[in-house]
Design a protein around this ligand. Structure first.
Ligand code: GLN
Length: 477
């Protein structure tokens, strides 16, 4: 069922919040041990308290876009009083001392937060196999990866364990798992959603966003979590979310597809790294859009090929600095030793997994004197060029359509020993974070397997993005 329809029933008191939540909790009970989507499911007492509060809001006519809806939170976002593990051994016993702003907003809006979802350790990965708590399985085919790093949040929604969930996206971690699980996932413009309470991976790229099964449902949760937050100095003061009307219907800033200008870099069709099913699905969708009056324009993306090295230099550099705080003194795990240096070494040695260590080493190298100019500084310059690419493209078109991933999900274990191959699956997502643009994954259903298609729009045009997603959803369903 759509979150939107559940919301309507709950508001009209046709169904109680308790009934809704119980239904979803029983799905968690039945399915979670198999899919491994949740690291923590909250205790009954805590969930019941939320249900009571939410039902009371409804009784008092105090409605919100997410009142009574079961929601899951990626386990790198703080929920006070519960563990925030980041799927890492180093934080496995760490209890959040405060709520992230997005969590505070969901509570105030009467959502029911049921637990924390699995991820790649510290959100580093594309398959959700880098978790201290084990890999997550894809509900479309449990032999396949669900995508990462927000794999647990995607699977929780795709397998009806919650109506909606939050993830974080530094280089594709919402869009890729949404694509692999056949659902919707939005990564907002940098600054639209507060990062306060999100554990930092690469601060200039990280954004919180959401998953859902329907585009309209994304509008509901985005309405609640977006907006200025004085606790996040990079959050935008000017952006005011306006995604839904008083009856909680999506507000369409674009009413139909006629004369909408869509950019597509057609060299993707000749790229041998892109699987045929992905090419065919995109081509089909573009034809359909054209038939409905949209104008498809060829666009050029000269710096796209540099986006992977640029991203992996900037992201690892920032990560090496952000993760310096896990030293056995301030947070989480401490492995005792006879002196301080040995204690720090042992703690980090045992606490971090292989991929996280690889990133810290790469980032430390890129930032070290003698290499800084050649790597980090150069990457920042290329980042600027990538941004300019997008600025030029958006002078000509309203949206860009590209694949979310060059391939369908692969088998669990298939790429785990080949990090470069794994990194290459991010080719179409990372440039959007480098530029700070908003982007959404929409599932395109064919007879074989849903294909994730990415729509990108200009800064702060989330309304347009949600609108076109809704229009395409209606066209293709
Ligand atoms: N797959 C990318 C990485 O491993 C993106 C991760 C993310 O968006 N958190 O860095």
């Amino acid at each position: 069922m759509k979150a939107k329809d559940i919301l309507n029933k709950v508001i009209k008191k046709e169904i109680s919040v308790k009934e809704v939540v119980q239904r979803y909790l029983s799905n968690i009970q039945k399915q979670n041990s198999f899919y491994n989507a949740f690291i923590t499911v909250f205790d009954e007492d805590f969930i019941n308290k939320q249900i009571e509060r939410s039902q009371k809001m409804i009784q008092e006519g105090n409605f919100s876009p997410v009142v009574g809806l079961p929601v899951a939170i990626k386990d790198n976002i703080n929920v006070k009083g519960f563990p925030t593990t980041c799927a890492s051994n180093i934080l496995k016993n760490y209890i959040s001392p405060y709520n992230a702003t997005v969590v505070e907003k969901l509570y105030s809006a009467g959502a029911i937060i049921v637990g924390k979802t699995n991820l790649d350790e510290f959100a580093m990965g594309s398959s959700n196999e880098n978790s201290f708590f084990g890999p997550v399985k894809n509900p479309l085919n449990p032999k396949l990866v669900p995508g990462g790093s927000s794999g647990g949040s995607a699977v929780a929604v795709a397998s009806d364990m919650v109506t909606l969930s939050l993830g974080s996206d530094t280089g594709g971690s919402i869009r890729l798992p949404a694509a692999f699980c056949g659902i919707y996932g939005i990564k907002p413009t940098y600054g639209v959603v507060s990062r306060y309470g999100l554990v930092a991976f690469a601060s200039s790229l990280d954004q919180i966003g959401a998953f859902s099964k329907y585009s309209e449902d994304l509008a509901l949760i985005m309405q609640v979590i977006s907006g200025y937050d004085p606790y996040d100095s990079t959050s935008s003061k000017d952006f005011i979310p306006d995604f839904i009307d008083e009856s909680f219907n999506i507000k369409l800033s674009i009413k139909d597809l006629t004369n909408i200008k869509i950019g597509f870099p057609s060299k993707i069709v000749n790229d041998s790294a892109v699987e045929d099913i992905i090419k065919n699905s995109i081509t089909e969708l573009l034809l359909l859009l054209e038939k409905n009056g949209s104008i498809i324009k060829e666009i050029d993306f000269p710096y796209l090929e540099y986006s992977i090295p640029t991203y992996y230099i900037i992201a690892t550099s920032e990560a090496s600095s952000n993760l310096a705080r896990y030293d056995g003194v301030r947070y989480g795990l401490r492995v005792e030793a006879q002196d301080l240096r040995t204690m720090i070494k042992k703690t980090r040695g045992e606490g971090f997994g292989l991929e996280v260590k690889r990133r810290i080493l790469t980032g430390t190298f890129c930032l070290s004197s003698g290499y800084y100019d050649a790597y980090y500084k150069k990457a920042l310059q290329v980042r600027n060029l990538i941004k300019k690419d997008f600025e030029n493209i958006f002078k000509e078109v309203d949206f860009i359509i590209i694949p979310t991933s060059p391939t369908l999900p692969w088998k669990i274990g298939e790429k785990i020993n080949d990090p470069i191959k794994m990194y290459l699956s991010d080719i179409y997502t990372v440039s959007i974070n480098l530029a700070g643009l908003p982007s959404i994954n929409i599932p395109y259903y064919n007879d074989y397997f849903p294909v994730g298609i990415q729509i990108i729009s200009n800064y702060f045009t989330e309304s347009d993005l949600l609108s076109i997603s809704f229009l395409i959803e209606n066209l293709t369903k």
